[in-house]
Design a protein around this ligand. Structure first.
Ligand code: ZN
Length: 331
């Protein structure tokens, strides 16, 4: 399941306990690497590599031990549009193998004039989706425990309509929600969407977030102000990442272990800042699943769309793009 990083051989670098670094030939099995021939390599080669656990056969004596292995590329994604269809057979199969993270924004009927109706899921549909997940035997999971059959229900931005319309069905179907909060906008509006001409929506205030946590759900950080961290200076990005964590922890007295990159975007530097801040994971808007060995700070998620919604969304995106081209902007 791992990309070859050289066009010659499957070469990986391993870092042993005494911090010496080696590059090795590996044999690839389904979800593990077997190191066969270690040789020494320059330590610098580790920068930007993903970390995976692997079973190592020490030299030729086949003595097995776990070690940390760095591979240059993320595990190969299953590129199959059928895995995007909510509980279609391909998606169900992936969930049963390695679990998955669903991403929701708003639980409400889409208002007229919204730029992206697909960020809304109606309360009835949300209830039905949770019921389907439960009927098919999928269990609520936490990101750090994600495994076969485990499902994380994540929400971006902290919308009040999720509390109003989502709390009851989540509890009734036995799923824990993870809500990524924009710490400087608590009790305010989605001003980052409004600036682009989208519909104003209210964000949970402090009392409502307490109600969310009190009902057994989790919170993560979605930065301080929802600015695109890729466009900020290191100091500004650091403040968005570090100060939001501290603010949420101080406000609500719970550990904030998970981060959601605003707009799903990150750079090597902002990813590093998220790690340094002490988060255990970070999610993106990249679609897909996270096989063992995936980068924990660039997790993929699944948008819960039926086949019809998937097609409609693709058409909607294309139309929106066309209407925002210079020739269509005046309209
Ligand atoms: Zn967001």
């Amino acid at each position: 399941m791992f990309h070859k990083f050289s066009n010659r051989k499957n070469l990986f670098s391993i870092k042993s306990q005494n911090r010496s670094t080696k590059i090795c030939k590996v044999r690839l099995s389904k979800f593990s690497l077997v190191i066969t021939t270690p040789v020494l390599l320059n330590k610098k080669c580790l920068a930007g590599w993903n970390r995976v656990e692997a079973i190592v056969h020490k030299d030729k004596d086949l003595l097995e031990s776990k070690t940390t292995v760095y591979c240059r590329k993320a595990p190969k994604q299953v590129i199959n549009p059928f895995t995007a269809i909510f509980l279609g057979s391909a998606q169900s199969r992936m969930l049963r193998q390695i679990g998955g993270i669903y991403t929701y924004h708003k639980i409400a009927p889409p208002p007229q004039g919204t730029r992206d109706p697909f960020l809304y899921v109606s309360p009835g549909r949300f209830d039905d989706q949770l019921a389907q997940l439960r009927r098919q035997g999928f269990k609520s999971s936490k990101i750090e425990e994600l495994a076969g059959g485990g499902v994380v229900i994540s929400f971006d931005d902290g919308f009040e309509n999720v509390l109003r319309n989502g709390l009851e069905p989540l509890g009734r179907h036995g799923f824990q929600g993870l809500q990524y909060i924009v710490s400087d906008r608590i009790g305010g509006l989605n001003d980052w969407d409004i600036a682009k001409g989208d519909t104003p929506e209210r964000l949970m205030d402090q009392a409502q977030i307490r109600e969310w946590i009190g009902a057994g759900h989790a919170i993560g950080s979605h930065s301080r102000t929802h600015r695109n961290l890729r466009k900020l200076s290191r100091v500004e990005a650091r403040s968005e990442i570090v100060d939001s964590k501290k603010a949420l922890e101080d406000m609500f007295g719970v550990a904030v272990r998970h981060f959601c990159h605003p707009y799903g975007g990150f750079t090597a530097e902002t990813r590093e800042l998220v790690m340094e801040a002490g988060y255990q994971s970070a999610v993106t808007v990249l679609p897909g699943f996270n096989p063992p060995g995936s980068d924990r700070y660039a997790l993929r998620r699944i948008i819960p769309l039926s086949a019809g919604e998937f097609v409609a969304k693709v058409i909607h995106r294309v139309m929106r793009k066309l209407s925002s081209t210079p020739s269509g902007r005046g309209g």
